[in-house]
Design a protein around this ligand. Structure first.
Ligand code: TRP
Length: 397
């Protein structure tokens, strides 16, 4: 069974499964080629800075968001005075979010503030009910709990609509779903998502649910008579298949293709071989972890590129390519000069793993502490307010 082996060794990136080539890490260049998206280069980052009049977000400066589809069209239009809206989402499969889950939301908040545009956030409780074998009620409960973590990221209520599929799907949203579904053959979804004859039909029919928010007419209470408004979707690159399908369909039903800005995955503590696994609590830092948990996990599990003895470390320096503390600092230590300093000192062996980990523990403890405080301040009334079907009258001001 040669083909089987070959398949197992190749990297696999779908919305439900991410694994690197055997023993390696995700090859993002290969992924860009395979998916057919574009690399987000420095000139685009500079353009964002120029257009928004603020320094680009750390995730842009450091290449965390590294790929896109038609993002330059969004910027061209914006430059001509045409605004757009943002669309992102979360599948509520667990109670507690880990740091990787926060990445797209932190970035979306920055985009919302920098461009002053409206945002819709989809909670796919239906998706998780079907894929994770959760009950309808449990998925709905998780959606609401997750909404609190999302709100805690600081979204502006005057420009943000959060919805759960179980509550919101219907009306104009459903009409778009049906229009989309009519354009996608069974063979096509099998090709894009790899469904098999054993998968239940709920899975096969789900993709239009995630596609529909890409079109403004799915939200008549916000975007009535704005069918021409463009949509920009910040997401991790594993969501690309949904939007490849959406972009294929869009012109056939009279809409703009949504643009995408896509991130790499936040690596597991044990090393950069894929996404974090929700089944292993020691593979990730959760927003519910205590300071003690964070310290423990980093010291015990964070894969180090340092040498096995102090003597060798001083002599050869750390391998920054595989070092998890350095990767994590790259996401969350905002000071470019300090990061550069640490990289240099650690890479040449003057700084030890323990010292780098100590700095990382400080940075993450502060981040998680800040998130915890913000989440504790989110009331049930605030969740209702963000999720209310309502106009957003000042969404572009
Ligand atoms: N399918 C995504 C998940 O499982 C949730 C989601 C829905 C999403 N719509 C989105 C993510 C748009 C990014 C952008 O997490």
């Amino acid at each position: 069974m040669e083909t089987k082996n070959q398949e197992e060794e190749e990297q696999l990136v779908t919305p439900w499964e991410v694994s690197a080539e055997k023993g390696g890490k995700i090859d993002y260049d290969k992924l860009i080629d395979k998916f057919g998206c574009q690399r987000l280069d420095q000139s685009l980052v500079d353009r964002v800075a120029r257009l928004t009049g603020r320094p680009p977000h750390v995730f842009l400066r450091r290449g965390v968001f590294f790929a896109h589809r038609d993002f330059s069209d969004i910027l061209d239009a914006y430059e001509r005075g045409q605004k757009f809206y943002l669309y992102t989402g979360r599948g509520p499969s667990s109670e507690a979010l880990h740091l990787g889950h926060l990445v797209p939301f932190m970035f979306t908040k920055y985009l919302q503030d920098a461009f002053k545009v409206p945002l819709v956030i989809q909670l796919t409780d239906d998706e998780k009910c079907m894929w994770k074998n959760l009950t309808v009620e449990e998925s709905q409960r998780l959606a609401r709990e997750n909404a609190k973590d999302i709100i805690a990221c600081g979204f502006d209520i005057s420009r943000t609509f959060i919805f759960s599929d179980f509550d919101y799907v219907g009306g104009s949203f459903y009409k778009n779903m049906v229009k989309i579904a009519k354009c996608v053959t069974y063979n096509k979804v099998v090709g894009i998502f790899g469904f098999s004859g054993e998968d239940h039909i709920g899975k096969v029919s789900f993709p239009p649910v995630q596609a529909a928010p890409s079109f403004p007419s799915s939200f008549p209470h916000i975007f009535s008579s704005k069918d021409d408004l463009r949509c920009l979707i910040p997401c991790a690159i594993d969501q690309d298949p949904y939007f490849r399908m959406t972009r294929d369909v869009a012109p056939r039903i009279g809409y703009h293709k949504p643009a995408l800005i896509e991130s790499s995955f936040f690596p597991a503590l044990q090393g950069e071989t894929g996404k974090m696994s929700s089944s292993d609590p020691n593979s990730a830092i959760y927003v519910t972890d205590s300071g003690k948990d964070i310290k423990n996990k980093i010291n015990k599990y964070a894969f180090s590129g340092g040498q096995d003895s102090v003597e060798n470390h001083r002599k050869y320096g750390a391998n920054l390519e595989v070092d998890i503390p350095i990767k994590y600092l790259g996401f969350f230590l905002e000071d470019d000069a300090e990061l550069e300093h640490i990289r240099k000192e650690y890479g040449t062996g003057r700084m030890l793993t323990g010292e780098v980990k100590k700095r990382l523990i400080e940075v993450l403890t502060e981040l998680v502490e800040r998130h915890r405080r913000a989440r504790a301040a989110v009331t049930e009334e605030m969740v209702d307010a963000f999720m209310a079907v309502r106009p957003l009258p000042n969404m572009f001001n």
